[in-house]
Design a protein around this ligand. Structure first.
Ligand code: 3PG
Length: 306
């Protein structure tokens, strides 16, 4: 089978080498399309692909239409808002992700963000410490759980809200459970977002929640920009001169945010949460193994479009 790795933001060479080794051991051929600048390059590359590995690359209905042989697409990562699952299902294509494989990299970045913003983005001036502050975690999944674990080492108090995880399981980690989302925001000096971008969550973080945060609080976003109500973020940062926002996914209106709020906001130039050698290998290898296993045994364990 032909396995294509199509990554606008490429994996490390070490990860690609390991993906190739797994593919070839499974009797498959691996080709790569990296740092492509035009979606037409992707259309051309998928024409002969039986399997596709992507990162945040958009696998749209058009991409699928250009891939007549495609049987399986694996998003090497957690969030799968870049896959058109309905289009995959219509064509009988199995869509998967690799949950948990890059979680630690993202969790460590969230911790780094808190330190960076608390120390004035590493510029002169008096900063503050994480110790004794309350960290709110919205969505207690793979990443949220790790952020909580790491933050405990800094002496932070942790509180979480996740309607899909039993309260007892969260409490068992020594983490307080907020009864409501409003309570979570009211108590959090730092609020770390770990929700996926879905129809329900898009634009869900806005004035109603952010205006409840305590004095000097900071919203930390290593999830998706789409979950933020960007106009309301501007409104609340304007009204509340003490609030801060740090993100790994630049807002659509980031230039406006930078201009209006200066050092109270920060965005990485390109999403780097999962951009570590370890996460590249973990997610890439998992994707390659899942594809080989699917072709060899029909294993669909991580299938998203069931
Ligand atoms: C994910 O959903 O796994 C992360 O956002 C990583 O995305 P990336 O592979 O584009 O870095």
């Amino acid at each position: 089978m032909n396995i294509l790795v199509a990554t606008e933001k490429p994996f490390s060479k070490v990860a690609v080498d390991q993906i190739r080794e797994i593919a070839e051991k499974g009797g498959h051929k691996l080709t790569t399309l990296e740092k492509y600048t035009d979606v037409k390059q992707l259309y051309d590359a998928v024409a002969d692909a039986d399997a596709l590995i992507v990162r945040s690359d958009k696998v749209t209905r058009e991409v699928i239409a250009a891939a007549p042989k495609l049987q399986i697409v694996v998003r090497a990562g957690a969030g799968f808002d870049n896959l058109d699952l309905a289009a995959c299902t219509e064509r009988g294509i199995v869509a998967m992700n690799t949950p948990g494989q890059n979680s630690n990299a993202v969790a460590e970045l969230a911790i780094g963000f808190m330190i960076y913003i608390s120390r004035n983005q590493f510029t002169a001036g008096t900063g503050s410490e994480l110790k004794g502050k309350t960290l709110g975690i919205q969505a207690y999944g793979n990443v949220g759980r790790l952020v909580a674990e790491h933050a405990k080492g800094f002496g932070m108090n942790i509180i979480a809200f996740d309607p899909f995880v039993p309260a007892e399981a969260i409490k068992a980690d020594g983490v307080e459970v907020a009864a409501t989302l409003e309570e979570l925001y009211e108590k959090s000096n730092f609020l770390s977002l770990h929700i996926p971008a879905t129809e329900q969550t898009k634009k869900s973080i806005g004035y109603h929640l952010l205006s409840r945060m305590p004095k000097g609080a900071c919203l930390v976003n290593t999830a998706r920009k789409e979950v933020i109500h960007e106009e309301e973020l501007v409104q609340v940062l304007t009204e509340r001169e003490d609030l801060k926002y740090i993100t790994d996914i630049a807002a659509s209106n980031q230039a406006e945010l930078n201009e209006k709020f200066g050092k109270r906001v920060f965005a990485t130039p390109k999403k780097m949460g999962a951009e570590t050698a370890e996460a590249n290998v973990n997610a890439g290898v998992a994707a390659a193994n899942q594809i080989c296993d699917f072709f060899a045994t029909g294993n669909r364990k991580f299938q998203l479009n069931k």
